[in-house]
Design a protein around this ligand. Structure first.
Ligand code: APR
Ligand code: ZN
Ligand code: ZN
Length: 361
């Protein structure tokens, strides 16, 4: 059997997205069919639409989603119809070299659905990050479904599926922020704001938010920033040093993805401190640093892929903290929109008006 559902498709490079009817097959072995309840709009969706990721048009966009499992294929035991799940793009294989050494958050061979979703004429769709959730229903590998407490709001929960998890994980997993640490976060969009919330959860004593947009600094305060710096008016490195006894922060999280902000992060951390790069650079960007400073300042320069998260470990835990009122996921939902408003949401994202627009179905 197959299902015909409405979905947001990017048909060609730079062209506006369109609302289309697509065909979703019933789940085969190891797969799950999920009825989507909410899906956030992420920069990566826009990058797909612009052809910035690859040329495998048409894309089925959307990947920060929560919903309810409708049916599962043969051999699926971890999730069952009726389960409330967050979709992830890290269904770990258990067999690659990362998994075998017990570091499955780096898994190099993650699973997606084997069967293809198609347009009505049979053209195969490429689902964004192997998910494709700007759709009434989508087909994923069962391992991409992480069961969480159904009392969570779908709009808030879905955001853990990508950007918010990337930010929280940059702090708690990659940066290893601990009780009493000083942290600076450069760039306070959805990802940076989540890094601030994550630092707070981890017990940081000082959390310095840096951005060039005062609106983002306001939200950062709501999520627990103890200090804010507008780096349009002030030197970010000087300001962070001043706020940390002249030394720099223990952990600096770069959530913009640009060489100049990376350099700020590099020099704004204390000796032997940690820099975490969670912002995603573009191919033409280059970084130049005195190698002597790389050596002399010591510490760790790390990248954070998807917050180095393990969905099965991190999603249920973070949803529990959310339900206990200790993690304000609702603060990331700037607006809820309908399925046919994704193009408008890209506009607003481009202007920096939102942390996240979330499609609610
Ligand atoms: N200095 C400080 N902040 C900056 C600078 C700068 N030079 N340039 C931009 N910013 C701020 C913006 O004002 C914005 O608040 O960085 C923030 C970026 O946020 P968003 O555009 O909302 O992006 P977000 O979803 O948070 O993602 C950030 O992480 O996952 C990656 O691809 C994503 O590279 C992007 C980054
Ligand atoms: Zn693996
Ligand atoms: Zn994303």
């Amino acid at each position: 059997m197959t299902h015909q559902v409405r979905a947001v498709v990017a048909r060609g490079k730079g062209a506006p997205v369109s609302l289309e009817t697509i065909i979703v097959p019933d789940p085969g072995p190891g797969e799950a069919l999920v009825k989507i309840e909410a899906c956030g709009v992420c920069h990566t969706d826009l990058h797909y639409r612009e052809g910035g990721i690859n040329d495998d048009f048409p894309f089925l966009l959307g990947h920060e989603a929560a919903g309810v499992v409708e049916s599962v294929g043969e051999g699926v035991t971890d999730v069952a119809p009726g389960d409330f799940v967050i979709l992830n793009w890290r269904a770990v294989c258990g067999q690659c070299r990362a998994c075998l050494r017990g570091q499955s958050w780096y898994c190099f061979n993650t699973h997606n659905a084997k069967q293809k979703m198609t347009l009505l004429d049979g053209t195969e769709l490429s689902p964004a990050l192997g998910i494709g959730a700007f759709a009434e229903k989508t087909l994923v590998a069962a391992g991409q479904c992480t069961k969480v407490d159904p009392n969570a709001s779908a709009a808030a929960a879905g955001l853990l599926g990508c950007g918010v998890m990337a930010g929280i994980g940059a702090a708690i997993n990659t940066g290893n922020v601990g009780r009493g640490d000083s942290v600076a976060v450069i760039g306070c969009g959805g990802v940076g704001a989540a890094a601030i919330a994550g630092s707070n959860l981890a017990g940081a004593a000082k959390v310095i938010a840096v951005d060039i947009d005062d609106r983002k600094l306001e939200t950062a305060k709501k999520l627990g920033a103890t200090h804010t710096v507008n780096s349009k008016d002030a030197d970010a490195v000087e300001a962070i040093r001043e706020l940390t006894g002249g030394f720099g922060a223990d952990v600096v999280i770069e959530a913009v993805g640009r060489p100049e902000t990376y350099k700020q992060a590099f020099y704004a951390r204390d000796l032997a401190g940690t820099v975490v790069l969670v912002g995603v650079p573009t191919p033409e960007m280059k970084l130049e640093l005195p190698l002597l400073d790389v050596f002399g300042r010591g510490g760790a320069l790390k990248s954070s892929w998807y917050g180095d998260c393990l969905p099965s470990r991190d999603f249920p835990m973070l949803i529990d903290l959310y339900l206990q009122g200790r993690l304000d996921l609702d603060a990331f939902v700037t607006e809820t929109i309908a399925l046919d408003e994704v193009e408008k949401a890209f506009e607003r994202m481009h202007h920096g008006d939102v942390l996240r627009s979330v499609v609610v179905l």
